[in-house]
Design a protein around this ligand. Structure first.
Ligand code: CDP
Ligand code: MG
Length: 701
């Protein structure tokens, strides 16, 4: 592995690893230092947080300014304290609610339960949370409500002025998630209609200036509210001093080929050579994190000595409650905790006791290509801003160290300063339908914090038009458009659900939609691919993955929702529980829209037809004489293949529709179902035309 070298006079610290490979780091210092100790009870702990010094200032500014921007390091207390200050300051009087949004669901749950604990109340009463498919609030009782910004966006459909909120705090604004950006744009409009509404925008970095200029009222509007003695429209900015200790930054000397293995050996090296303190490792997603946990446990076992000393825990969204609690609970005596996390630990969650950070330099990011219409979550390099945040996690309790698995040269010369807002690298279908449902017709002229690409916008409008959601004037159709907008699913799936009502298979489509809404119902264990494939075969349906899901769901219910049964069949029990909850929530929405619950008693054909009614634009046919299972999409004639995880992999039926495409070495279709091509013309006569047996073409508009 890598040689090492160190700039300046200092010698490198870390040297060899067990296999004779060497990982080298050299140091430079960053961050300021201050001193701080642990408090022994919750209230004392609250008062010791850096944000406490700004408590009165924040309350004063919120009182007098329509928008207050709070900048402060992760862990300074912004998320957990500010909503409580507002509550103490009387902002939740007379039935009003203090809202606080987060881009990530896991953060919503975690901070809500922390705040409930600090206030000594039961979660779901005075303090509650809402994420998609899960509402833990009590109307009339809940005063502080944590929610994802996506959920806030949905609430605007029922209550466009968000009238129950007195203050809304948009947290983690620096992340620039697509929903955060839309919410910021909409809140700016709402403020003009509701000058009494207060906004707090909080950010871990100095994005503050651009956000402030975004919220600065344009000349046309400036002063409007002031004349009526309302709050000042000029945004206020408060900065909360961090309490970070010095973090020594170490770079690897030579680039590494496999960041996962490099991370594992670095952790083992830290464990061997460095004093006590927990280790936080940034990898990218569930797959590499699970692999990392497994590799580290194996290493610890084979090294004998560290066996039992290391407590290796994963951290990503979709963890069960118990797994989350382990991450946040204090490290047992004599143990060293190693948390392997996605980006979520970068700024959204604070972990106590971290002294060492290992930064792979990568995260999973969404990238969308409007031409091929593929939206992929890909492992991509992080920005300097992210790298600095990650390093900062090491300095919470005492001076710490960060080990970057990339070179200093790379950091200085190649890493981009800041990430690209998600808005500019996403499929915009869901975003546009929501704006349309809120009555925003001029999407191009919408005041975006940063404009999306016209190509992505046009593609999204095309999709919505073909689904019959938008009419020729690009307005939502009634009732289809409004119904699709109301269902909290991808519009194609919502459309399939609506079609299932007419075809008499809504029960089945609800199940399929719920399964497609969870990450994966299968357990993937490194090295156990064969067993997983065998387990899948027990449920596999010749018609494809969607029908296979129905078999799994049926088996799960018949087992009495047994976790043992799941384990035996390589099915993720927690995912199945989530499927049940999600299905329940979807069922409520469906009933509200007048969908009649009906089962087709396994008349598989109507189920496939309903799916086709939503996903007809994703139709593909097998290339004649293709030995390697090459398909062509009807719409764009792209080459695509069935993903190896599909039950139809190697089966290669003639005609299919897919749920999504991923592109790795090839473009793969995930979740595939067989269809009869004549259905395409039947369900979408405006889109396809029949050109003789086995030949279907898209109509050009
Ligand atoms: O939002 P910000 O990063 O500024 O800080 P915070 O999330 O409000 O965290 C403030 C303090 O609360 C930290 O010391 C955390 O350790 C603690 N906290 C916790 O112990 N458990 C949680 N689930 C969330 C926060
Ligand atoms: Mg926070």
């Amino acid at each position: 592995m890598a040689k090492f070298w160190k700039p300046g006079t200092e010698k490198p610290r870390l040297v060899e690893d067990e296999d004779g490979g060497v990982l080298f780091f050299y140091s430079t210092s960053s961050s300021s230092s201050s001193s701080f100790g642990y408090a022994n009870n919750l209230q004392q702990q609250r008062q010791r947080l850096p944000v406490f010094k700004r408590r009165d200032a924040i309350l004063f500014l919120v009182e007098n300014h329509a928008t207050t921007i709070v900048v402060g390091e992760t862990g300074s207390g912004k998320t957990t304290q500010i909503p409580q200050y507002l509550n103490e300051g009387g902002w939740a009087e007379s039935g009003h609610v203090i809202g606080c949004t987060q881009p990530r669901r896991l953060a919503v749950q975690s901070v809500a339960s922390r705040v409930a604990e600090e206030m000594g109340v039961k979660l779901g009463e005075e303090v509650g949370y809402v994420i998609r498919f899960e509402d833990v609030t009590t109307p009339g009782v809940t005063r502080i409500k944590f929610l994802t910004d996506g959920v806030l966006l949905r609430e605007m459909m029922d209550d466009p002025l968000l009238s129950k909120y007195s203050v809304i705090m948009i947290d983690e604004a620096h992340e620039r998630s697509i929903s955060t950006d839309i919410v910021l744009g909409l809140l700016k409009k709402i403020q003009r209609r509701r000058p009494e509404l207060r906004l707090i925008i909080s950010s871990a970095t100095i994005e503050a200036k651009s956000i402030a200029s975004f919220f600065r009222a344009s000349k046309k509007h400036r002063g409007g509210a002031t004349k009526e003695l309302g709050p000042k429209t000029e945004p206020a900015i408060v900065s909360v001093e961090g309490r970070g200790f010095t973090v020594e930054i170490n770079y690897i000397q030579e680039p590494v080929a496999d960041y996962l293995r490099a991370a594992v050996s670095t952790v083992m090296l830290i464990h061997k050579q460095q004093t006590v303190g927990d280790i936080l490792v940034f990898l990218t997603g569930q797959d590499d994190i699970d692999a990392g946990v497994q590799l580290l446990n194996e290493e610890a076992q084979s090294s004998g000595k560290s066996n039992g000393e290391l407590l290796v825990l994963p951290l990503y969204s979709g963890l069960s409650r118990a797994e989350q609690d382990l991450v946040f609970s204090p490290t047992p005596r004599g143990k060293r905790k190693i948390i392997i996390s996605t980006n979520i630990a970068e700024t959204s969650l604070t972990l106590e006791g971290i002294v060492y950070v290992v930064d792979s330099g990568f995260s999973k990011q969404r990238f969308y290509d409007p031409l091929s219409d593929i939206e992929n979550l890909v492992v991509a390099p992080i920005s300097k801003a992210s790298a600095r945040q990650r390093a900062g996690r090491a300095g919470r309790v005492r001076p710490g160290k960060c080990f970057r698995l990339y070179t200093e040269e790379y950091y200085v010369n190649e890493m981009s300063a800041e990430g690209i807002p998600e808005m500019q690298r996403s499929n915009l279908v869901s975003c546009i339908i929501q704006l349309k449902a809120l009555g925003i017709d001029n999407i191009l002229g919408f005041g975006w914090p940063s404009s999306p690409s016209p190509e992505a916008m046009i593609r999204a409008l095309e999709v919505l038009y073909s689904l019959g959601v938008l009419d020729d004037d690009a307005k939502l159709t009634s009732p289809t458009g409004f119904q699709v907008a109301e269902i909290p699913l991808d519009p194609m799936l919502s459309k399939a659900l609506l079609a299932s009502n007419e075809l008499g298979c809504s029960e089945e489509m609800l199940t399929i939609s719920a399964v497609l809404s969870v990450q994966s119902i299968w357990i993937s264990v490194r090295g156990a691919q064969k067993q997983l494939d065998e387990a899948k075969l027990r449920f596999a349906a010749a018609e494809g993955d969607h029908v296979t899901f129905l078999n799994v769901y049926k088996g799960f219910l018949e087992s009495g929702k047994s976790s043992k049964w799941c384990h035996k069949n390589f099915i993720n029990y927690h995912a199945m529980k989530k499927v049940l909850e999600t299905r329940e929530q979807l069922k409520k929405t469906a009933q509200r829209l007048g969908i009649v619950l009906k089962s087709c008693d396994r008349d598989i054909q109507v189920i496939r037809k309903a799916i086709t009614a939503g996903f007809f634009a994703n139709a593909c046919h097998l290339e004649p004489y293709s030995h390697e299972g090459k398909y062509k999409t009807v719409r764009t004639s792209q080459d695509v293949y069935i993903h190896p995880s599909s039950v139809l992999f190697r089966v290669n039926p003639k005609w299919v529709v897919y749920h999504s495409l991923v592109s790795t070495d090839r473009r793969y279709m995930r979740n595939v179902v067989t269809i009869d091509p004549t259905w395409l013309v039947e369900v979408a006569p405006h889109y396809y035309q029949y050109q003789g047996p086995g030949s279907i073409a898209t109509l050009t508009r």
